[in-house]
Write a new protein. Structure first.
Length: 192
């Protein structure tokens, strides 16, 4: 999985007034959980844009005043009107502990059902996956090469050795449905 480096600075004061001043200066208050103690720090809002506003999942290489650690984003709070990030939580990674994250689904191939006029419907764009940090993938590839009209790919059909997919096995990831134009063409062919 890809890593992204972010540097932060420790916060001297932890409180609403201090957090408000940080946000006014273009910084985001942050907390690193998962270690012996919680670490309160702040990062530049500009540094977070490349990590937050993307479908790609990243491990974060944090550098907080010279202390380096690897983490994932656990929670993000946005301002309800401006959509600016107002707080972010990171979870410290431990190589021996499995973590649960959502990984994007990437469709590969061309469906024969779509070629004859069917409609491709992707129901799940991300899957919840549990694995050790070293076993996580950038994306989960799902082949649609064999999808005919009326067929689908379910979560239970995808297998990995070192990953556990936590979504329900019967959940549909992608399917090919009959489009209105295809249905109309079939009805007209049936009348002749």
């Amino acid at each position: 999985m890809k890593s992204f480096a972010i540097s932060g600075s420790p916060r001297e004061n932890v409180g609403k007034r201090d957090a408000k001043e940080l946000r006014y200066e273009g910084k985001v208050p942050a907390v690193l959980y998962g270690g012996a103690t919680q670490t309160h720090f702040f990062v530049s809002a500009a540094d977070l844009k490349a990590v937050v506003y993307t479908p790609v999942v990243h491990f974060i290489d944090l550098d907080i005043a010279g202390t380096k650690s690897q983490a994932i984003i656990k929670d993000i709070q946005f301002h309800p009107l401006t959509e600016q990030i107002i707080h972010i939580d990171f979870l410290l990674l431990d190589e021996k502990k499995p973590i649960t994250i959502e990984i994007p689904v990437k469709l590969t191939g061309t469906s024969p059902g779509v070629k004859v006029g069917g409609k491709l419907v992707q129901k799940l764009r991300k899957l919840r996956v549990k694995a050790l940090p070293k076993d996580h993938l950038d994306s989960i590839e799902v082949s649609i090469e064999s999808l005919e009209v009326g067929k689908s790919v379910k979560v239970g059909e995808i297998k990995f050795d070192n990953l556990t997919i936590l979504n329900a096995k019967e959940d549909t990831i992608v399917s090919v449905t009959t489009s209105r134009a295809l249905r109309q063409a079939e009805q007209e062919a049936g009348k002749k």
